[in-house]
Design a binder for this molecule. Sequence first.
Ligand SMILES: *Cc1c(COP(=O)(O)O)cnc(C)c1O
Length: 218
Amino acid sequence: MNKEVYFKILKELPEGVKLAAVSKFHPMESIEILYAEGQRLFAESRVQELMQKYEALPKDIEWHMIGHLQTNKVKYIVPFISMIESVDSARLLLKINEEAEKIGRIVDCLLEVHVAQEETKTGWNEEELFSYIQSTEFASLKNIRLRGIMGMASNTDDVERIKEDFRKLSRIKSSLENCFDSSFDTLSMGMSQDYREAIEEGSTLVRIGSMIFGERHY
Ligand SMILES: *Cc1c(COP(=O)(O)O)cnc(C)c1O
């Protein structure tokens, strides 16, 4: 846990860029330390851990889900989640809508877009995304508020490749804007290793874990 780094990152963020502190695999105490400094937005990647932390910690924390979400677990987080950033399929979005409808909530979501060179990373590609946005199925999801997209750059030291990936995400987000109202305002990209490049390319939400909290112990 490094508070100095946390404050340094906060100072670097241009206006309009938010920080999600990625607390996955880190103890409640670390979250409480940042909470005491005013941080309210935290991100987690596993449902069980997220629920335990939600239950134990102050209720004005905004929780973002950033990890792969199984449809059978959607119901556990829909009551309290403030944003699901990692929506990687139409099936998942449909399920979130269904659970949200049951309890009369509208859930903020991002679609996770795949631009990185690794095959393993999940998410929508550009064509799938555009055709889905125009589908009648998507239009019928009344309990989803689509706030934007989330993505990751390739896992490489090649800074030009990283910037290129972020530019692509930025371009996709811009070209989708005219399908939505002004609530489509979020471009979530940038992690510990590449958040500066992400901000240069237009990120509005960086997700930073290890730089603030230290290494994760799996
Ligand atoms: C873990 C994770 C992060 C944070 O990564 P760090 O390198 O620790 O900053 C950001 N985004 C996603 C989707 C993650 O799974």
